[in-house]
Ligand binder design. Structure first.
Ligand code: HEC
Length: 218
């Protein structure tokens, strides 16, 4: 019985923490954006640290469950997520990315990138790049990436290639460009990934090819 109560208390605590950590992350992200031009790219790690701390406070099975539930709401698909996974991850301090998220940013099996009509797609991609409604935290891609800002030097490399965020937060040795778009959708934009067969993903990916070209020639 008392175990039940403990669990309920932990769940309660965690849901409070989650409610707190989301606005905190947004504030951290926004502050980071202002500081970005001189401070570079520290906002992602610090946002994650904030989340990691909040998550790190509650322990055990209750935590795994609560995380699964919170993500289920956000993603509408975290159902099959095992408790063991969520638990193991949450205890790894600043590892805030769930297995479901890690899976969601990877190209699905049999996926064929949509390269059709690339030129027209880039125009639509530019609009999306500036669209804050793509995120859940008021950011657009342009908030961080206007005029080649916010990238590491890896952005010059031919895809697929190693990207620190992909490796550290999503466990990916290397990422394709469309996967990178999904990673930024899920992590800094705090949104759901775009549908893999959507025009939006194709358009944004195509637009990013142009941004990469500019970045190489900077
Ligand atoms: C809050 C800031 C932020 C926002 C918003 C953001 N990103 Fe990023 N993005 C980053 C950071 C930080 C990196 C560098 C990651 C690294 O190198 O580990 C990055 C890197 C990238 C890269 C290059 C990775 C490489 O080295 O190959 C691409 C492409 C990218 N973002 C696309 C996007 C797109 C598309 C959007 C909008 C859907 C977006 N980003 C929104 C922070 C952001």
């Amino acid at each position: 019985m008392s175990e039940q109560n403990d669990r309920r208390a932990l769940l309660h605590k965690l849901s409070r923490n989650l409610m707190v950590s989301v606005p905190v992350m947004t504030v951290v992200a926004m502050a980071g954006v202002n500081a970005m031009s001189d401070r570079g790219l520290e906002l992602i790690p610090s946002a994650e640290a904030a989340q990691g701390e909040a998550e790190g406070e509650a322990k055990g099975e209750a935590e795994g469950k609560a995380e699964g539930e919170a993500e289920g709401e956000a993603e509408g698909e975290a159902e099959g997520e095992g408790e063991g996974e969520a638990e193991g991850e949450a205890e790894g301090e600043s590892e805030g990315t769930s297995e479901a998220m890690k899976q969601a940013v990877r190209r699905p099996t049999g996926y064929q990138p949509n390269d059709v009509g690339a030129a027209e797609l880039a125009g639509k991609g530019k609009t999306l790049f500036n669209d804050t409604s793509l995120s859940s935290n008021g950011l657009s891609c342009a908030t961080c990436h206007t005029d080649g800002a916010g990238y590491n030097d890896t952005f010059e490399n031919e895809y697929p290639h190693y990207v620190a965020m992909g490796q550290n937060d999503f466990g990916m040795e290397e990422v394709h460009l469309d996967e990178m778009v999904q990673i930024c959708m899920v992590a800094p934009m705090a949104a759901e990934p775009l549908a893999w067969d959507s025009d939006e993903l194709a358009a944004l990916t195509e637009y990013m090819r142009g941004e990469q070209e500019k970045f190489r020639n900077r």
